[in-house]
Design a binder for this molecule. Sequence first.
Ligand SMILES: [Cu+2]
Length: 213
Amino acid sequence: MEHSRTHIAGALLAAAAVAGLPAVAGAQASEVYVAKLAPMNTTVTGKAAAGKVTFTIKGDSLTIATDATGLPKSITHWQHFHGFTDGKAAACPAKSADANGDGIIDLIETEPAAGTTMVPLIDDPVSMDVAHGTYPTATAGGALHYRKTVSLSALQEAFGKAFDGQKLDLDKRVVFLHGVPSDTKLPSSVASLGPIPAQVTLPIACGKITRVK
Ligand SMILES: [Cu+2]
């Protein structure tokens, strides 16, 4: 017992000594970006998605967290940030984005306002694997909680490779949550990406990323 107490005290002292160094680094300002989610296509989902996606940068660490409610329950939801590769700032699509007037803003109709799919918020965002990444699943109550920490420099490098040397520029991006149940009936006018079913890519929430700290 005596031995283990001594050991614990020693370990605490060592931890404090180590913590002393990061405390200096921790004093450097962290950057926080937030996208407040607004619902989209509620006539299809029958409910209003809400919540936020937070991006916290500390040194080389970027933590991405989604906390959302009001989602189609118990299914996987694709989520990404979208944007333009020419430096233009992205925006969430307005109602007028429904170009074909079918009452639904599909993924393709988001592009004039929001640009292209950029980084998937999956188990490994640095892989940039939009089509095959593992996306989070909503609970039976329609809530979704996702949290992932990546190396900022690694993500920046992968992003630059995919998008012609562009910077992440989070405050020029928007986040989309996608997805309705696979048996949801959609008009044939609802477009999607390649062979991916429109039910998977249908936008259900959007939020513009803004820097709050
Ligand atoms: Cu997306």
